[in-house]
Design a protein around this ligand. Sequence first.
Ligand SMILES: [Zn+2]
Length: 183
Amino acid sequence: MASRRIRQLGDPILRVRCEPVHDPKSPAVRLIADDLRDTLRVARKKYDLGRALAAPQIGAPVRVIFVEINKPKFRAVLVNPEITDVGAEDFLVWDDCFSFPNLLVRVNRAYRATLRYTDLKGKDVTMELEGPMAELLQHELDHLDGILALDRPSGLDPFAFRSEWEKLHKPADRYGPPRPREV
Ligand SMILES: [Zn+2]
């Protein structure tokens, strides 16, 4: 069990464009994946949030993401993930991040996305994502390019401390309805 420190806003590694993985089956990738899993599980107990972590958040600037969700049940290590297509609708999301856990940012995300990645056995996988899963993977893939939710504020007054937001909103307010993309 190796839970690592989650890098916090201001750490330059969060701004690096991460390197592609050449061998998804290598022990080095397995180690990063295990550390992401252990770190996510420890952090989830501490903050009562979190569905995924990207490798740069534990100090490894490579294109690896670990996702673990209970509803619907889904757990995967994504190597070299890419979003290959998005649907015609967007939605607004109050986003958060383990790298700045006390701040929420309202961002605009595609409501549907097609995700392609390689798993730890070297197999290519394609998935259709919708709603919370779609926005989650857009958030995590941004991490691999050094982009944070803070870089994508949308609308008036897009930032809120978690404590203030929780006074005014219910958890269901996190997600707006899907709507046609504004161009
Ligand atoms: Zn994040």
